[in-house]
Ligand binder design. Structure first.
Ligand code: GLU
Length: 451
């Protein structure tokens, strides 16, 4: 029997990193087994639904490259993936749910109660076999022992989550339900419903939650919780996918950076880790940096420009060649594009921000005399190229009988405002003589010594 799995998000206007991981694990399992990955939007709660909320999910899945394999044909562009089909929407399947309610009523397993429809829940404890969590027996709570029956259609005619979720899993012939552990507590109800329809429940795999690095529960507002962050801040989808693979699943040998094809071939449900995963932003960024090193020049430049613009830097005042050269000095130096404005924003500002403490340290009266010599040597350099500037600086150092360092550090500070950044001689070449001289003069002025 071929595997059929599904991702069944409710459109909340937010794609949580945990939801993205659930989608990914389902997708990986489908690809590993050669089965089907189905996307089903659980949008029966009309009050909260909107096309925008659905788009957040679709955009997130597309960005991650998690393509779904079937769905109703759509003429519009709401959910096109590989073919001309969208995801399934529960809101479009009302007739089906009605029929299934009637079926249970006919069997005597559902009944009207104060305008609602209730399911006659089994009184026996239910064993939940779970590939990840193990076997869990769900005993009835005290309240449930008195009355375990539960509502499946509200008095306003809306079928409830448990019911539509099971009917769809059954109709869609889902073989494996892979979802967050928060749903484990619902599973006894779901199993009872499957049995009421005379169908054996699917195989369950409940994935442990994702916690913050400090072990606290991850909330919507925590940094990194929303997929939008990664999409907007220029992370690489391949890196985010790779990181999500490691959040609760682990290949042998502590491997970390892995091509997705390899993950697909190794991924299996029993290896999903039993303990809660901890979200580690530093590790995600490190992994992103590993992928960033492999990105082609064109993509690097395009994403880099985007990051500068997002930070509000006035790129329009600079030539494309200047922007391009500036970005080329950043390649291989970043973990993620969010670092770019702090790393190389100095290329696009009129006045660099210099930390006064660093200035006082680097621009002592003695240092200023030396920097003044370097400044004059730079001003007299015809060919303002990295190679020539390096020679010039070294020649000045030799004349002064000092090493290059005491000239390099203040020059970098004056021109970039920072003590770390792209290769000094290259960045000086790109800034050009005029800016470099201006910045050296300004730093000397600012340093406040009458040197
Ligand atoms: N709509 C449910 C949710 O978003 C899906 C539960 C399931 O995967 O069965 O949590």
């Amino acid at each position: 029997m071929s595997t059929r799995v599904r991702f069944a998000p409710s459109p909340t206007g937010f794609l949580h990193i945990g939801g993205a991981r659930t989608a990914l694990f389902n997708w990986l399992y489908a690809r590993h087994t050669g089965g089907k990955f189905i996307l089903r939007i659980e949008d029966t709660d009309a009050a909260r639904n909107s096309q925008e909320a659905v788009n957040v999910i679709l955009d997130g899945l597309r960005w991650l490259g998690l393509d779904w394999d079937e769905g109703p044909l759509t003429g519009d562009a709401t959910g096109q993936c590989k073919g001309d089909f969208g995801p399934y929407f529960q809101s479009q399947r009302g007739a089906l749910y009605k029929r299934r309610v009637e079926e249970l009523k006919d069997k005597g397993l559902a009944y009207e109660d104060a305008g609602a429809v209730k399911f006659r829940m089994t009184r026996d404890p239910i064993l939940i076999p779970d590939v990840v969590v193990g076997n869990v027996t769900r005993e009835l709570t005290d309240r449930e022992q008195v009355d375990p029956d539960f509502v499946i259609v509200r008095s306003d005619g809306q079928p409830v989550f448990h019911f539509v979720n099971v009917v769809d899993d059954l109709e869609m012939k889902i073989t494996h339900v892979i979802r967050g552990e928060d749903h484990l507590s619902n599973t006894a109800k779901h199993i009872a419903l499957f049995r009421a329809f005379g169908v054996e429940p699917p195989c369950y795999a409940h994935i442990p939650l994702i916690l913050n690095i400090d072990g606290t529960k991850m909330s919507k507002r925590d940094r990194g919780a929303s997929m939008t962050t990664y999409m907007d801040e220029g992370y690489l989808p391949a890196a985010v996918v790779n990181y999500l693979c490691l959040l609760g699943w682990s290949p042998k040998g502590n491997r970390e950076k892995m091509p997705i094809e390899e993950v697909i071939s190794l991924f299996d449900l029993p290896q999903i880790l039993r303990h809660n995963a901890r979200f580690d932003m530093d590790k995600l960024q490190w992994l992103n940096g590993e992928y960033l090193r492999e990105v082609g020049d064109e993509q690097f430049r395009a994403e880099g420009e985007r990051a500068f613009r997002r930070a509000g830097l006035p790129l329009e005042k600079f030539t494309p060649a200047y922007i391009r050269s500036a970005l080329d000095t950043c390649k291989g130096k970043l973990k993620w594009f969010g670092e770019l404005p702090a790393y190389a924003g100095f290329y696009f500002t009129d006045m660099v921000n210099i930390d006064p403490a660093a200035l006082t340290k680097d621009f002592t009266p003695e240092a200023k005399t030396r920097i003044g010599k370097l400044r004059d040597a730079f001003a007299g350099t015809e060919e303002f190229t990295a190679a020539r500037l390096e020679q010039t600086l070294k020649a000045v150092a030799a004349q002064l009988g000092i090493k290059a360092g005491p000239l390099v550090h203040p020059t970098r500070l004056a021109c970039t405002g920072s003590s770390a950044g792209p290769s000094l001689y290259h960045l000086l070449e790109i800034l050009g003589k005029e800016r470099v001289i201006q910045r050296l003069d300004r730093a000397m002025e600012l340093s406040g010594y009458s040197g």
